[in-house]
Design a protein around this ligand. Structure first.
Ligand SMILES: [Zn+2]
Length: 197
């Protein structure tokens, strides 16, 4: 239930602004990531580099706000079991596109095949994201940074509130949850101090 509540994003639920290119499609987990032709050695080296960056990021963000240690640890653990193409965001955020491993399993098993989710300072997406959706996920990371220990309880509360009102589906959650409304605002006006609009 808690993991389900982290279903922060299903941007493909509605008619969306055009993706920036044909490769930047926002939907969905059910489509496999493209084949990976790197050698085993290259994969191992890239994995080590990416996870070192993730660890440094999680430590840095946790130093900025020590109360984010739970969600940053969760993000890091998911990352350790996952691979993908690491993309750097802003204000202490990075996201894996074309995720494989644990991140993909979580998305398919618990998040209704959602496009992407951001449990803390790291995000995970099934595909390459448009800049618009990247900003959406980045805004969730900012929410995590600002709300600290209230991030997960807040997501759960807002998901339950929406569910009781109109159903546990992405349309309803995005229409009601203050976390999603704030992230959707980032799609239009860019990153901003969370809940300031
Ligand atoms: Zn979202």
């Amino acid at each position: 239930m808690q993991i389900q509540s982290l279903s922060s994003c299903v941007p493909c639920r509605r008619p969306a602004a055009p993706a920036q290119s044909s490769t930047e499609v926002d939907c969905n987990w059910s489509v496999d990531a493209p084949p990976d032709f790197r050698s085993l050695g290259e994969k191992a080296r890239d994995y080590a580099v990416d996870k070192t960056k993730d660890l440094a990021l999680a430590v840095a963000v946790t130093c900025v706000n020590p109360t984010t240690i739970v969600q940053n640890t969760v993000s890091l653990l998911i990352s350790l079991g996952s691979t993908g193409e690491r993309r750097t965001g802003e204000y202490g955020f990075a996201l894996y596109e074309n995720s494989r491993g644990v991140a993909r399993w979580i998305g398919k098993s618990f998040l209704q095949d959602t496009t992407a989710f951001t449990p803390g300072c790291l995000g995970f997406a099934s595909r390459k994201l448009s800049q618009r959706v990247m900003d959406h996920e980045n805004q969730h990371a900012l929410q995590s940074l600002v709300t600290g220990p209230l991030y997960y309880p807040g997501l759960v509360f807002e998901t339950v509130r929406a569910g009781l009102k109109c159903g546990f589906n992405s349309d309803c959650i995005h229409a009601i949850s203050v976390f999603e409304l704030d992230a959707e605002r980032a799609e239009k006006v860019g990153l901003h101090f969370p809940f300031s609009g």
